[in-house]
Design a binder for this molecule. Structure first.
Ligand SMILES: [Zn+2]
Length: 194
């Protein structure tokens, strides 16, 4: 894009900046240099599109319209050179997008370090406490699943860590639940029997 600032005149077909004398009067206004003007219209159309793809190829992030344009051109059988080029640029941008994604590490709950397990205990505790204060009864199987998923999802989102729940995760959840139930009783909180 910076080259546009240089002296001369921009040709929208070949994308080059050329001296003013390389343009005819009419071509000057239309942004088409003399040599491009002499090309067959089909070739001119293809070159103009290739020029567009070239500018997109230099960008770091694409707009929705640019993604769509690349996809469209990569299927364009009418202009094989354009199709091939757009396909390459599309692949390049998809790769860049993929590379920007945070890498998510997977760890089985049992293999987590103690510190992290204790932190997760706190989440179990708070979620159970909040649930029971809200609902007035102990969580059932479906609530267990939801709370479990909510905590695991938070670790993915904030720490890019996928904690895989296993039997000891289940067991730990139930132990923490018992603690919460007993703490609530100590606080004289009335739980409904279900
Ligand atoms: Zn030109």
């Amino acid at each position: 894009m910076a080259k546009r600032k240089r002296q001369g005149h921009y040709c929208k077909i070949c994308g080059e900046i050329k001296a003013n004398e390389k343009f005819s009067g009419k071509g000057h206004a239309a942004h088409i240099c003399k040599s491009c003007a002499s090309l067959p219209i089909e070739r001119r159309n293809e070159l103009q599109r290739i020029n567009r793809v070239e500018r997109i190829s230099e960008k770091f992030r694409l707009t929705k319209e640019e993604w769509e344009l690349l996809e469209k051109y990569s299927k364009n059988k009418k202009y094989p050179e354009l199709q091939e080029y757009a396909t390459d640029v599309l692949a390049h941008h998809r790769q860049m997008k993929e590379d920007r994604k945070p890498q998510i590490e997977e760890v089985l709950y049992s293999n987590l370090e103690e510190e992290l397990k204790e932190e997760i205990d706190d989440h179990f505790y708070d979620d159970f406490l909040f649930f029971m204060e809200e609902k007035g009864y102990a969580p059932e199987e479906k609530h267990f699943k939801k709370i479990s998923k909510g905590i695991a999802d938070a670790y993915i989102r904030y720490f890019h860590l996928r904690v895989i729940p296993d039997d000891s995760w289940e067991k730990r959840m139930r132990e923490v639940l018992e603690t919460v139930v007993s703490d609530l009783k100590d606080m004289d909180f009335e739980l409904d029997e279900n």
